[in-house]
Structure formats: structure tokens, C-alpha cells
Design a protein around this ligand. Sequence first.
Ligand SMILES: [Zn+2]
Length: 109
Amino acid sequence: MDISEFVYPVLLVCGFIGVMAVVGIGFSYLWLRVLGARFGTCPNCKRRDAGRIVASEVVDSRSHMDFKRQPPARVTVKTIEDRWQCQHCHHEWTMTVRETERTAVKPSK
Ligand SMILES: [Zn+2]
């Protein structure tokens, strides 16, 4: 029996698992970062859930009609800049979020 016939698929599987593990770790790292930001982790003292929104401003608002779905809807995409303040170290930072609003438009008869 030729050993290389056995080694090659094993290497392939190991390589695949390795790549999946790296991708998985990368994704969970990004996910944790996104979640951390969502829950108001302070970028200065790194405390979780320390941030509170002190001001919120709509910096951009665009709307368009979506006729692809029934009933047609007006889609408004708002870009909101939230100002956060840490309750521990009083560090302030801003975070931009995008909000999509769908308002169904009744067909005129
Ligand atoms: Zn802080």
C-alpha cells in the first residue's frame, strides 16, 4: 500500500479544518467586537455596558420607493450619529448607526 494515498486526503481534511477554525475564530472575534460596540463598551477603559447615549442626531436621511414587494413601501434609510458617554471614565465617543424604516403605502384606487 502506498502511504501517500493515505496521507494526502488526511492533509486535505486537516487543512480544511484548519481554515474553517481560522475563519470561525475571525468571525467570532468580529461578532464579539460588534456585540461589544452594541452594548456600549467604552473604547477608553474597555468596560462593558458602561456607555450611555447622551445625544442622537440624524445626519442623513434618504428614502426611496420599493415596488418589488407587495404592497409597495417607502423605504427610509436614516444615518444616525449617537454620542456615547462612559459612566466610569466620562470618555465620549460617537457611533454611527443605520436604521431602515419601511412604511407600507396603500395603493390608490
Ligand atoms: Zn470608560
